[in-house]
Design a protein around this ligand. Structure first.
Ligand code: SF4
Length: 616
């Protein structure tokens, strides 16, 4: 007995077939679930160089082995090849959809092919229906969920869907997995759109039974206690991640005016106090999560009065707020909700809009391109215009829909100097110029610039890691810290932990949850080895796609332009610094100095001659 359901569901949209595949025990043993399953299956099934928007690409929805149990703060992820970056992509979502995959009897959904016409999938326990989406193609994400519920006569089904942006193959389109939960990053929604797949709808009735029910219950109890006793976790319950606005602003990490600076004079208009004042009503949680970081809000005053909103979490408050010079949180809430409805990743949309405004200021985009709309920082109406043309790919929107990397290449001039991305993924809301370890984490993140693969900022600003002092502005020792954090988080992403839960739940507790769920001995050391295996497996995928050391880099804004003012004025991560960081990081990983895992390392991780663990 184990918490695995024992089956993966494979669906081919091209010929409308589906089949249940037995879960390979070696896949479970070596890769556990979530990101691990996605990494190995993508490597095994995808032909090298596959066009992400072709019918060959595969789109996976992967829970972990404890998702759907009483264990708190576990979720699901979407894994595919990204149309934005061309890399491996894993994008995480909360809500209830991942749990329902397990209740349908599966450890993951693997979708390939392309439907001949707009369609949606309805999976109900063992039954798979291919249904027409003709009546809902073009609807926004919220309307799509409602229309499907009406169509099925069931308002309790769990739905993952795309909006108009996904249908139009916008490179940073998201998949909506509930009112306020999304697989946001790296363009998973465009992959879904390329498959003519409007939605996946689930209804399941199975239960997940751990291998050691008593031991698992004790581990769950322990995890709950660690969460509710933790100060950081409690701050998420009270303020969500909006509490980070003040921290980032004080530390000069807050993206402002397309990352020109790291402090914003209007930060107090965006922070948790401002959000509380203007719209929070009550907390909401993903399935079984005691943290409940989400908020339902209602804008109480101003021109968007009575708009129902979610919390504007840190990343979008920054990318759509400070990064665009907007300090009115009600305007930001409106714009973020618009992103959600259209099916745009708010983080990338904020990055793209900041890039477009700066390009306009510098004359690379003109009023002729915008139909007379003036693009300027601080103007919410100009951003609203940009979101609409991007999602519909009209005019200038068609260029911007490809992301800042592609847009900068096409605009030419010095556009590449202010295109803020890593490997094509628009940077998250943590400017790294005064925290070089974070710069390294962004440069080496597997899906492009991402703060969720390692977050050394905590130690760089805190001045200590594992009892040893950390020099915030220095490079020494950062490679080892970043490699360690990446391995740990990759391990937890096989369980598909929520990012916030990891700040409370201890490593031994995660190991115990896994051990008692799947019935195999786990300690922290084995957990770390698992994470390292998964990280290397993803690296093998990206190397096979042609990525090299040269791609582990940072945007020119961070390497060439020092912070212009403030407490860390003059700080940047120069290319020389980055080179030192990379050398140390690759060495810590047991890779060669070109960033390739050595045969010895692959052998140690059991990857050197590992066969395919999935066969069609
Ligand atoms: S902390 Fe927030 S995002 Fe994470 S599982 Fe709980 S409610 Fe969901």
């Amino acid at each position: 007995m184990s918490a695995y359901m024992g089956k993966l569901l494979y669906i081919n949209l091209s010929d409308k077939t589906s089949r249940e595949m037995d879960l390979n025990p070696d896949l479970a043993k070596q890769f556990v679930g979530g990101k691990g399953f996605g990494a190995k299956i993508l490597y095994d099934l995808l032909p090298p160089g596959c066009d992400p928007l072709s019918e060959q690409n595969i789109l996976m929805f992967m829970p972990g082995p404890v998702t759907g149990t009483l264990a708190p703060a576990f979720r699901g992820c979407v894994v595919t090849k990204s149309p934005l970056t061309g890399t491996f992509a894993d994008s995480y979502f909360g809500g209830h959809f991942a749990q329902e995959i397990r209740y349908c009897g599966y450890d993951g959904l693997i979708i390939t092919g392309r439907a001949a016409e707009p369609s949606y999938l309805y999976i109900s326990d063992g039954k798979v229906e291919f249904r027409t989406a003709a009546g809902i193609w073009g609807l926004d994400t919220f309307a799509t969920v409602e229309a499907i519920r009406t169509d099925l006569g069931d308002d309790t089904v769990k739905t993952a869907c795309i909006g108009p942006a996904g249908e139009k193959l916008v490179s940073f389109a998201l998949i909506n997995c509930e009112f306020n939960r999304h697989a946001g990053r790296a363009g998973t929604g465009a992959v879904m759109g390329s498959k003519n797949l409007k939605a996946v709808v689930l209804r399941g009735s199975k239960t997940v039974v751990p291998a050691d029910p008593a031991g698992f219950a004790a581990a769950v109890d322990q995890a709950y206690r660690e969460l509710v006793d933790d100060e950081t976790i409690n701050s998420f319950t009270v303020d969500g991640t909006a509490g980070s606005i003040d921290f980032a602003n004080d530390e000069q990490l807050l993206p402002t005016h397309n990352y020109y600076n790291g402090q914003f004079e209007g930060a107090s208009g965006l922070n948790a106090a401002a959000q509380r004042k203007h719209f929070w009503l009550r907390n909401v949680a993903c399935a079984g999560c005691p943290i409940a970081c989400g908020k339902v809000g209602l804008i109480k005053t101003g021109r968007h009065k009575l708009l129902v909103s979610d919390i504007v979490e840190y990343e979008t408050a920054s990318m759509v707020g400070s990064n665009l010079g907007i300090s009115n949180v009600r305007e930001v809430a409106y714009l973020v909700k618009k992103c959600d409805a259209l099916g745009l990743d708010g983080m990338s949309a904020g990055g793209v809009a900041g890039f477009a405004i700066e390009a306009y200021q510098k004359g690379l985009i003109t009023a002729e391109d915008t139909g007379g709309v003036e693009l300027k920082f601080g103007d919410a109406d100009a951003v609203n215009y940009l979101l609409e043309v991007i999602a519909s790919r009209k005019g200038l929107g068609d260029l911007l829909a490809r992301g800042v990397k592609a847009a900068a290449a096409e605009l030419g001039g010095d556009a590449v100097a202010f295109a803020v991305h890593v490997k094509g993924l628009e940077s998250p809301a943590w400017g790294p110029r005064s925290v070089p370890g974070m710069g390294l984490a962004l440069a080496t993140a597997d899906r492009g610039g991402c703060h969720q693969r390692a977050f050394p900022i905590l130690y760089e600003c805190g001045g200590e890691w594992e009892g040893k002092p950390v020099d915030r502005l220095g490079t020494k020792g950062k490679g080892k810290i970043v490699a360690h954090l990446q391995n740990y988080l990759a391990a937890l992403d096989t369980l598909v932990k929520c990012d916030f839960g990891q700040y409370g739940v201890k490593d031994v507790t995660y190991a115990r949850l896994l051990e008692t769920a799947v019935g195999e001995k786990y300690d922290v050391e084995k957990l770390m080895l698992l994470g390292e295996r998964v990280w290397n497996q993803v690296r093998l995928f990206n190397l096979r796609e042609g990525f090299t050391r040269a791609d582990d880099t940072l945007p020119k804004r961070f390497t060439n332009e020092p912070l212009p003012e403030g407490p860390y004025a003059g700080a940047r991560v120069s290319l020389e610094d980055l080179s030192l960081l990379l050398d140390e990081y690759y060495t810590a990983r047991g890779w060669d100095l070109e960033g390739r895992p050595t045969a010895e390392k692959l052998n140690q991780l059991g990857l050197e001659s590992l066969p395919k663990l999935i066969n069609l």
